[in-house]
Every structure is written in C-alpha cells, then in structure tokens.
Design a protein around this ligand. Structure first.
Ligand SMILES: [Zn+2]
Length: 1057
C-alpha cells in the first residue's frame, strides 16, 4: 500500500474523520451511509387506535385498518397498535436482517404474543433484529405487532419538557421497512467514534490524543465504504490501538447498565407499567447477546407491575437474576422522596421492598439506590443499616446550586451515629452513553481519586426509561483497558462497593443530612397531596395499633394483614420522588388523590372493624369508644357528636395510665357539654369551678385576648398576634415591636424547574399581607374553647379565613386556616418573630430532630434558606423557646429570630392547575419554658397530628378504661404497634420505639397485654440473635442512645378459646 502523506493539520484531520462517520453529512459516500444495505418495505401494515391501554390478547383481536408510512395517529395518551406483516427476500440469506421502525411515541414490539423489544427514536432504538444471520431454512414471513404509546420518553409537554402536557399532540410513523444490517460497519463506527473522543478529550498536549487521531485518519485512508473487503485492515488498526494497555495504577470504572424510570412524573402511573416492559425487555435482549453485561434495576413496585402484566418477561428477569446479570437494587418499594415521608413510612419502603426482592429474586438488596431524589434525611443511615444495607448510591447532590459536595466516596454518618459507605458516580449522571468524554469526566471529577481508584458509571437512557443500547455496551467493552484512559469494566454494584470498601481506611466522613441545594419548593408544592400523605400515615398508624389491640384482646379477630399491606404499598407508591413532592403532571396528581381516598375510606373501615372487636364481649354501656393512639396521657377538648348531627365539646381526661395508648369508654354521646357560655370564654384545665376565675373575654379596640391560664394570646383587629405570654412566668414570646401570624407573599419565579424550585432571590420580594381592621370576631363555642375568627384578602383573587382556637388545658394556640388560592407564581408563608435569640433552630425529621443555622454566615448556611421539617420546629435560647407545629406542612425556615412556615405555592409547570382552589390546614404555636424536650413540644406536635378518636361503638363499649402500653421515659416514643410480618394471623406483635430527645436513656416498657416472650428485632423484623429480653411483671427494660430506633417482637400468649 502506498504510504499516505502524513499531514499535520489537527483540525482538518479531526473533522475529516468526523465527516466519515457523520449521520448528517456525506452519507452518500461515508461509512455511516453504509450501515444498512438493501431494504424493502414491509409486506402489509395495518393499525388500530384506542384511548385505552389494552392487554396484547385483547388488542390483537380488534379491527385493524390498512395503514401506511406517513400516517398520523393520536392524540396524547392514546395507543396505536400496528400489525406488521413481513416477507424477507430470499436474496438476504446469510445476512443480518432488521426491521427498521421510526415513529413518534414509544413503541413495543410483540412477537408470538410476547414483548421482545422497545422502539423509541429518543432512546436510540429504531431497529429490531429479526435475525443475526438469515438461514436457508428460516421462515421468510412473519407477523409482528408494534404497540405505540402516544407520548414521548419524557411525556408530552407543550413546548418545553416540563410544560403541562399538550392533550392534542399527534404522532407519526415515518419508517417501517426491512433492511440488511452491516455489523462490520457498525463496529468500525464505534471504533472511530471512540478514537475521535480520545483525540478531543485528551487534548492537544497529550501524546495519546495524537495517536488516536492518526489511527483514525489512517483507518479512513484504508477503508473504502463501498468495498467491505477493506474493512478488516481498518479494524486491525483499531484493534492494535485499543490493545495497547494502560498502566497498573489506572483508575477503574465500573460500568453498570441502568434505566431510571420515574414511577409517575410527566406521564401517568399506568404508562410507567408499559415503560418498564419496553425498557426491560430490551435489557433482556442485551443480556442475552452480551453475557458480561450487568443491569441494575431498582423499585420493587415496578417489578411487581411487570410480574402481573407481563409474567413471561418477569420469568426471564428472574432467570437473568440467577445468572447475576439482572441485579435488583435499592431495597425499597419505590425510589421515594428522601425528606417528606415519615420515619415509619421509610421503614416500610424497605420492609415491603426487601421482602418482595427476597420472594421474587431469592435475595435482598445490599445497597440503597436513590440516584434522583431531592435530598436525604439524616436518619437514613440508621434505617438502612437496620434493613440489612451498608451501601448507598446517588448522584443528585451534583445538582447543588451553591456548594459543590466535597466527596464522591465517603462514609455517611446519620443522626444516631450509624455509618454507611456512600458513592456518588462522579460523572454526575445516571444516564451515561459510554462516550470517552464521560469516561474521562468520571475520573477528572472524582474528588476521592488517589484514596480509592474506583468509580461507578451508570449508563442507559433514563427518567422516562429506555435503558442501555447495544452501541453503549460495544463502546464500553472496547475501552476495557487501553492506554490513556481508565480501565472500564462491565461491573455489578457488589463488585463496585467491595472495591470501594477495600480502600475505606482513607475515606472521609460526612455527618448529618445530605441536603440538596435545589428543589426546595417541593416541600410545599401540591399541598393537597402532602396533606393526604400526612393523614394517611396517621390512619395506617391508628389502624395498625387498634387492630393489634383487637388481636391481643379477641380470639375471633383476624388481623387485616393483606389489606394493610395493600394500603401501605399504595401510600409508599405515592411517596415516589415526583409524586409526594408535587412535581408531577395533573393526571398523576388526580390519580394520587384517588389513591389517598382509597386509603382513607378503606382505612377508616378497618378502624371501625377493630373498634367493634374491642367492644365485643365486654359489659358496659353503649356509646362511643374514645381511643388515644399515642403513648402518653392526654387531656383534651374533643368535639363529640350530639343528637341532631351537631357537635358538642367534651373534655376527655386521662388519669393514671388509663388513656395511654389505650381506650376509655364514653357512655354519653357528649361528655361535659358546656352550657351556652359567652363566646370566646375559655376555662382553665381543671374543675369547672374555675369558670369564674378566668378573665372574661376581652375585646377592646377591636382586638381580642384569649387566655386559658397557661398561655395568653392577643390578636390585633386584623388577626395578627401582638402578644403571646406564658401566664405563669409572664414571659412574652413575640419579638418586641413585631407581630406574629403575619402572612407574607413572595414572587416565586424560579430559573427553570417551576414546581421544584424556589430561588434565594424570592426573599427579596417579601410583601406582608395587610388585613382590614374590624374583621376580627369572637367565636361562639362556649365553655372549654375560646376562639376568634377573621377574614383576610390576600390579593384581588385569593382570600383566607382563620379561626384562632385556644382550649382549656392546652399549651398551644391553634390556627385553623382556610385559603381560597388563585395565584400565579406567588408563595404564601406565615411568620412569627420570636423574642428568642439563637444561632440555630431545631426541626423535626424522621425519628428525631436536627439543628440548622438561623444565619447566613457561609454559603452552606444561606443555601439552606428554605428547609424541610415534619410536625414541628423550635427556636430556643436558654430557658425559653417558641415552637411552631403543623398538621400537614413541610416547608419552613428560621432566619434570625423569625420562624416561618411555608403554606402555598403557585407554579404552573408541569401541572398548570396545581394548588389552585380551596385549602385547609392547621398550625399551632407553643411558647415554653426550659428546653423543648422538657416542655413537651414533641408530644404536643403528636397530639395535633393524632387527634383522639371517637369511634361509634356498635356494641357495648368496655366499661373500664384500660391502657395497653406505657413507657417510663418521656424521651422514648412508642411510634408503631403492628402485627409481625412473619407470622400472618399469628399472635406476634412488633413495637417500634425511638429516642426522641437526643439522649442516652434507660426506660421501662409496661404492657397489659398477655406477652409470652419479648425479643429485639431489626427493622425487617428479624430476631436479635442475643435472644429474649427478661420480662418481669409485664415490664421490660430498654436502653437507648440518642435517636436510636428499636423494634421489639412480642409473642402473645395463645388466645383464650
Ligand atoms: Zn427520577
């Protein structure tokens, strides 16, 4: 061969190679243009259009009409089924033959009644391999079906991706033909693209970059696209280059096939079921063709869907799981939000997830996998460890807007001191394509290289599914070990983490929450979803407790284990990271609300059933069953049904242990119904003799004072709080010269992610909402409850009314709020300036609380201008503090001495209607002496969220009050009582307790239930090998460290027959 002149011009050489592989330019003569050879149209094409998502068997029996390439179909969310009849020309014997299919939407190919491959242009899957090599005897004719969903990989946003879906979108089929595929051309294209990537990525000061460029140039010289016999020479040049090995010290990249499928987001839940099939059936094909290819798959719920809708595919996935190629990861039911779910709900994510993985795939997951979730609670390490998981993977903190996270491989230490090994794939993505650029970025960005020379590399189209392609796998295989680049292994999560563990001695530790400095609007967006989530967490808690008590007390009672599993799974599903966060389209939000309604109605039925079981067989008067589902004594004013459908107020006392986590009977429909006393009259806790000793309701200058002997509340004529005093000490809680209960409105226009983001600059647009004097009126309840009521016009379109309520005996004042909200890009909050000075405030999180700064000293501090909390937050100085409680809110902030609760947002994408309309919520304010722990802020927040239950007792209610459990230390909360999973219909209970004050403490748990044996267990309810705990006089001793969660398995004595 004649030696070509070796020209030295970098740019022309590089671009020459680029043109040789270009899909756009010179395809008449370049290599790309030869990827496919001869082609012919399909023999016959017909279609059937439906608004429903039909099963295959039903769809293929419909009336198919003739169709042709170029036809349009739709609209959005419909499905077009195509029948494709093929006849492969005889002349193609010996060749690789593909069906080339290009259409809008997401396609799934069915062959002989089974799904075989996904087809999406966006996911770079536009051809289906009919045969690798057409044999003489192979059938030439066959019929396929292509099921095309009328939505893109990322939904159907009108204009931009996250805009609300366009319901009128139409779709088109633009190619349907048979073609000969040239595998040798494909291989050369892969090599040339990688060489180009190295030439560009390694740069002009790197020798290997030039070697890559000249190798590519030489390949173009020797390769004539029209003469396949020239290909082997070019191939040999590439092989020689890629065969030049790197040194022993090279970084190792663990390439893991992955496909992030949002369980619902810009498309409805039902479409996700099909996304899973389309993505995973393609993965099965890749696993068959590439035995070294490993795919990591998360979210038990999605696998459960595939199991029920596509049993054949599920069986194949199980088969590949046995071979170690299909690796279930994550351990959870869905990839839930990492901030908003309660501690117990997080436990259930693992409990339901791990048991599903064990049942279907023979083992539990050993890593928690949450690549796309918006921040991670400081309590997760403990929950993970107690669910058999020591490793954690995400990449989301690379989205931080302000600070760049300092580690990629590190120990993450949780609230209680539990540690897990965490890894963030340094390429900052879970949807890599296998390019040289990404491989180089993975090493360059890795902030722990030198300490540990391993990184994860997740490849495959994600978010809307799609997953890896053969081309990606080919690229990564080619880069297994070549000089100039890190080594690339097709690897598994297990291999990755054991390699990382090998060097763990050098790793740094991050303590506390992994806060995402972005998406802080998701704590507030879609208030109805968040309220329903909180309510359903409460209902399931109460159902489990009552059913457990019924199980213990009644031989006939059947614990509703299967129903509770259903309801829990439904709740967990909606805690997915684009549902409970409110970052979904309207269609999803509507489905979520139906799910919550389902949990509510079925849950309440289960409550009644358990209540009935508790009443049966006990002598006593008929009436109401009053149930305290919290583990401490409560004395509260309760609205009780009275004849005629009205409600009367009753004071529900509890003395001794009687109402601790137990029941007391209520023989009259209304207990101590107060006489029609003057409005806004509030009586102190205690005997009614005090009635006269309370100051009369005062209304002077249009302002109102409420006083229950514990706190005194003064509202100005517009409903703002001018004073809040602890009566015993006279201590004022409101900052001097300031007012509380001040509603404020902000402009709320983020940079892009509308439903997700509230930006720091919104704080610069603060506008107090000013009311009109004279709207304040005193309430009409008498006796035990004082209240005032006012109306506030927020804007020309939105208004708010509020009832400020103070009950006798209650240490906090409640603000029952109703808002009619019709805004665009506004943010409503309520502020309470406190007469308290502290550099940090405390926020409740799962099974505990943590502190965050009240100042903006550093960038890490001000990046937390909007944070999340659960039921309470508190600002305390020595000896005094002010706590703000809520019944369904999550967004919050404390800056300086101002406590602020985030109430409502008005983003327009991806749901244009989100949060418009009527809202109801309650928050409460509790001033206290001493620390919030000693003052009882935590039980107060529980009380606000778990009202006493007044259940109609169908039969005789128990005559005497009784209590099932009590705990000797106020630091320990008995959070959950349920039947043990492992003993369906057996008489075993699981109790979950946690230390809530942040202290080392010993405590005694006392129970009145007939307990035979007590043993500690983990969160998956596996017995502690140390064996049973000593149980004496129905008491057992437990020892806690700060924020420790402990679970206890109680074996009950056999039921009396
Ligand atoms: Zn996601």
């Amino acid at each position: 061969m004649a030696a070509a002149p070796a020209l030295k011009h970098w740019r022309t050489t590089l671009e020459r190679v680029e043109k040789f592989v270009s899909p756009l330019y010179f395809t008449d003569c370049n290599l790309r243009g030869r990827l496919f050879g001869d082609s012919c149209p399909v023999a016959e094409l017909s279609s059937f259009l439906t608004p429903e998502r039909l099963p295959y068997q039903e769809a293929v029996q419909q009336d198919f009409r003739p169709a042709q390439v170029g036809d349009s179909f739709g609209p959005t969310w419909w499905t077009c089924w195509f029948r494709v009849e093929l006849t492969i020309p005889d002349a193609w014997v010996g060749q690789e033959v593909h069906l080339r299919w290009e259409s809008d939407g997401e396609g799934l190919v069915w062959r002989d009644g089974e799904p075989v491959q996904g087809l999406t242009k966006e996911g770079e899957k536009t051809s289906y391999v009919l045969t690798d090599k057409l044999g003489e005897e192979d059938p030439r004719s066959l019929t396929l079906y292509v099921e095309v969903a009328c939505n893109g990989l990322l939904g159907a946003g009108k204009g931009t991706m996250i805009a609300a879906p366009d319901p009128e979108k139409m779709f088109q089929v633009s190619r349907a033909e048979l073609a000969v595929f040239h595998r040798d051309v494909h291989k050369l294209l892969v090599d040339l693209e990688l060489l180009l990537g190295m030439a560009k990525g390694l740069g002009e000061d790197n020798q290997r970059s030039y070697q890559a460029l000249y190798t590519a140039n030489q390949m173009v010289n020797v390769c004539d696209p029209a003469q396949p016999e020239t290909f082997p020479v070019a191939q040999a040049l590439a092989s020689k280059f890629f065969g030049q090995r790197g040194g022993e010290s090279q970084h190792t990249i663990h390439a893991l096939g992955h496909c992030h499928i949002d369980t619902a987001w810009l498309w409805p839940f039902k479409e996700t079921v099909r996304k899973c099939a389309r993505s995973w059936v393609t993965v099965v094909q890749l696993m068959e063709r590439n035995p070294e290819f490993i795919f990591a798959c998360s979210q038990a719920q999605q696998l459960a869907w595939v199991k029920s809708h596509y049993p054949g595919l599920h069986a194949r996935l199980q088969e590949f799981a046995c071979r170690g190629q299909f690796v279930p990861v994550g351990g959870t039911w869905v990839e839930m939000d990492g901030n908003l779910p309660s501690g117990e709900a997080m436990v259930r994510q693992f409990l339901q997830g791990q048991s599903f993985f064990l049942q279907e795939f023979g083992k539990m997951c050993s890593e928690f996998w949450l690549p796309d979730t918006f921040g991670y609670s400081a309590q997760l390490p403990q929950i993970m460890r107690s669910c058999g998981i020591r490793h954690f993977l995400t990449q989301k903190l690379s989205w931080n807007l302000v600070n760049s996270f300092p580690h990629h491989t590190f120990f993450w230490e949780g609230l209680d001191g539990s540690r897990v090994l965490a890894h963030f794939p340094p390429g900052d993505s879970y949807g890599m394509q296998g390019s040289v650029e990404e491989v180089l970025k993975t090493v360059a960005k890795n902030r722990d290289k030198g300490r540990t020379n391993h990184s994860a590399f997740l490849f495959g189209f994600g978010d809307g599914g799609g997953g890896p392609t053969q081309t990606m796998v080919d690229r990564l295989k080619r880069l297994c070990n070549t000089d100039g680049l890190p080594r690339v292994q097709l690897s598994s999560p297990e291999r990755l983490f054991s390699a990382l563990e090998g060097h763990s001695g050098q790793l740094c530790t991050w303590v506390g929450e992994l806060f995402l400095e972005l998406h802080n609007g998701t704590y507030t967006t879609h208030a109805q979803i968040k309220k329903a989530n909180r309510e359903c967490e409460r209902i399931l808690h109460d159902v489990e407790l009552l059913s457990s008590l019924a199980l213990a007390r009644s031989a006939q009672f059947l614990y509703p284990a299967a129903q509770l599993q259903d309801l829990w799974r439904l709740l967990l599903l909606n805690q997915f990271h684009d549902v409970v966060t409110g970052s979904c389209i309207q269609l999803v939000a509507e489905e979520a609300m139906c799910h919550y309604e389902d949990i509510r109605s079925r849950g309440n039925k289960l409550l009644s059933t358990a209540a009935a079981a508790l009443c049966a067989g006990e002598p006593g008067p008929e009436g109401l069953l009053i149930v305290n589902t919290l583990p401490w004594k409560r004395t509260e004013v309760l609205a009780l049904p009275s004849p005629g459908g009205a409600h009367c107020l009753g004071l529900i006392p509890s003395s001794g242990d009687s109402a601790q986590h137990g029941l007391c009977s209520c023989s009259h429909p209304h207990l101590t119904a107060a006489p029609a006393a003057p409005a806004a009259c509030v009586y102190s806790a205690g005997a009614s003799a005090d009635l006269a000793s309370r100051p009369p309701p005062t209304k002077t200058d249009g302002s109102v004072t409420l006083d229950n002997g514990i706190i005194r509340v003064k509202l100005d004529p517009t409903g703002r709080l001018t004073s809040l005093v602890l009566v015993a000490s006279g201590r004022e809680a409101i900052a001097e010269g300031a007012v509380g209960n001040q509603f404020v409105l902000f402009d709320d226009v983020p940079l892009y992610w509308d439903a997700w983001d509230v930006m720091d600059y919104h704080l610069e647009t603060r506008k107090p909402v000013l009311g009109q004097a004279g709207t304040l009126a005193v309430g009409t309840e008498g006796g035990m409850r004082g209240s005032a009521w006012f109306l506030l016009q927020i804007s020309p379109n939105s208004r708010l009314s509020q009832k400020v309520v103070l009950d006798i005996g209650c240490p906090y004042v409640r603000f029952h709020t109703e808002v009619h909200w019709h805004e665009a890009h506004k943010f409503l909050k309520v502020e309470f300036p406190a007469r308290v000075r502290s550099p940090q405030a405390t926020f409740e999180v799962q099974f505990g609380h943590l502190q965050r700064p009240t100042h903006y000293n550093t960038s890490w501090d001000w990046a937390r201008f909007e944070v999340w909390a659960h039921r309470w937050m508190d600002l305390s100085e020595h000896g005094f503090g002010l706590a703000l409680l809520n019944d369904c809110k999550y967004g919050a902030s404390v800056r300086g001495s101002v406590l602020s609760l985030s109430l409502l947002r008005a983003p327009k994408s991806p749901d244009a209607t989100v949060d418009m309309g009527r809202h109801e919520f309650t928050y409460a304010l509790m001033p206290h002496e001493g620390s919030f722990q000693d003052a009882g802020v935590i039980p107060a927040a529980y009380s606000l969220n778990f009202p006493l239950l007044a259940l109609p007792a169908p039969g005789p209610a128990p005559a005497a009050a009784w209590s099932a459990f009590s705990v000797s230390s106020p630091a320990v909360v008995l959070e959950t009582v349920k039947q043990a999973e492992t003993s369906l219909q057996g008489r075993k209970l699981v109790l979950r307790l946690y230390e809530a004050h942040g202290s080392h403490v010993d405590c005694w748990l006392r129970t009145s239930l007939p307990v035979q044996e007590a043993v500690l267990c983990d969160l998956l309810e596996r017995r502690d090998p140390a064996g049973p705990l000593p149980l004496r006089n129905n008491r057992l001793k437990l020892t806690f460290s700060p924020f420790q969660v402990q679970s206890l398995l109680l074996v009950l004595q056999p039921a009396p027959s």
